[in-house]
Design a protein around this ligand. Structure first.
Ligand SMILES: O=C(O)C(=O)C[C@]1(C(=O)O)C=C[C@@H](O)C=C1
Length: 87
């Protein structure tokens, strides 16, 4: 693949990532509603740790740290969105 082809492929992959990210954030709306009803905190460190461990375990050694960073960011934005919804 030349650079142009790689970028076209990346654009296609980004479309899919965005679709799934929006789906994840839409699901987070339901989580926020539940937490509000049950008076639960947004942050659930144990759940976050489980997600990090699980996703790291599925990544090749050289990508584990990047997968972890990705999930940290996903969950950070999820918490920010929940905090916004719960205002
Ligand atoms: O599972 C939850 O309790 C969530 O609020 C979702 C989520 C996530 O985005 O995966 C976000 C915040 C929590 O700290 C843990 C996980």
């Amino acid at each position: 693949m030349n650079l142009e082809e790689c970028r076209t492929r990346i654009d296609q992959i980004d479309e899919k990532i965005l679709e799934l990210y929006l789906e994840r954030m839409n699901t987070v709306i339901e989580v926020a509603k539940y937490k509000k009803e049950q008076n639960l905190p947004v942050l659930h460190p144990k759940r976050e740790q489980e997600i990090i461990v699980k996703q790291r375990s599925k990544a090749p050694e050289e990508l584990k740290q990047y997968v972890e960073a990705l999930y940290q960011t996903l969950m950070e934005t999820s918490r920010a969105y929940q905090n916004e919804l719960l205002k």
